[in-house]
Design a protein around this ligand. Structure first.
Ligand code: GRG
Length: 298
């Protein structure tokens, strides 16, 4: 990998490639399902930083996994992420009108289509992983399917979302906030970073380093997201700001205050980079991703 390219260039390249892959995976369809496919394309191809695909590709490259196999996983992860955003924006959840600077799917289409587009994107993610283009060995594909199901189901993202909703307006202990966020946001980031290690047969030592990195980076990501909700600019975030406090949501900023949350994020960012030491210069982009995540404005 060319170590002279900047993080921003790499993210742009990965973003373009994953968008092309998703464009191919979600066809334009005529007939009665046309609106469903159109909504899936609207959400999946309509922007986003594509950070999780970058994590898949960079972590997988550490184990020499071919980029074409990793791109399958990257597209699957982004399908799940897109589904989670569509459903999170629904009136029965966060009730948001804007996402990535454009009307949310239920605003641009309808609530019914938004629910179904999210459902279909989730199913598509598993279909992509099950395909032999993802990995030649069925055993590895089954392992990826199992790990993704765990990351996004009741023990992961969906469970975290349920905890978040149950906590609405109630005080929550910091330890519980951290567990909820690890499930809600961290589990998919963790899968993105560990998939390549599974595909490339990484050593226990490498897997545990990546797992530590993913754990800390996931928390940095969520703390920054909470801070952006308080101090961010909707022109950059592409969505409403200040909603967490208005809705009485449990957040790191609510629990630690703005300065405390910033301090915690810096500490975790340093710790995250420390986990990458065993990979040396091959992990340069992953190291830079920590700075990107903590300094992002959108
Ligand atoms: C409703 C099934 C279901 C799950 C919801 C992850 C999640 C659980 C909801 C997403 C809502 C949200 C804003 C969570 C905070 C962290 C997060 C995932 C932010 C958005 O991710 P980015 O910044 O988004 O990577 P882009 O648009 O760049 O892809």
């Amino acid at each position: 990998m060319d170590t002279d390219i900047t993080f921003a260039e790499r993210l742009e390249t990965v973003g373009d490639k994953v968008t092309v892959a998703m464009d191919g995976l979600i066809p334009r369809v005529a007939g009665p399902e046309s609106e469903l496919y159109s909504a899936m394309r609207y959400a999946a191809l309509g922007g986003g930083k594509r950070l999780r695909p970058l994590f898949v590709l960079e972590a997988g490259a550490l184990f020499d996994v071919p980029a074409k196999n990793l791109m399958q996983v990257a597209a699957a992860v982004e399908c799940i992420h897109t589904y989670s955003l569509i459903h999170d924006d629904l009136p029965c959840m966060d009730d948001d009108d804007f996402r990535r600077g454009q009307p949310t799917v239920h605003k641009a289409y309808s609530e019914e289509i938004a629910v179904l587009a999210g459902d279909a994107l989730q199913a598509l993610a598993f279909e992509i992983l099950a395909h032999e283009e993802t990995h030649s060995q069925p055993k590895i594909r089954v392992l990826l399917l199992e790990r993704l199901a765990q990351a996004v189901g009741a023990r992961g993202m969906v469970g975290g979302q349920a905890m978040d909703m149950a906590a609405d307006g109630k005080q929550m202990e910091m330890a519980l906030i951290a567990r909820m966020q690890r499930m809600k946001t961290g589990a998919l980031i963790q899968f993105s970073l560990e998939a390549g290690a599974i595909m490339g047969g990484a050593s226990d030592e490498a897997l545990s380093a990546l797992s530590g990195f993913a754990h800390d980076l996931g928390l940095v990501f969520q703390i920054t997201d909470d801070l952006l909700d308080v101090c961010g600019d909707s022109g950059n975030t592409g969505k409403a700001v200040g909603k967490d406090a208005r809705q009485g949501k449990a957040s790191f900023v609510g629990g630690l205050g703005v300065d405390g949350a910033k301090e915690r994020a810096l500490l975790l960012a340093d710790q995250a980079k420390g986990h990458l030491e065993i990979f040396g210069s091959s992990a340069l982009i992953l190291r830079q991703s920590v700075d990107f995540v903590i300094t992002r404005s959108g």
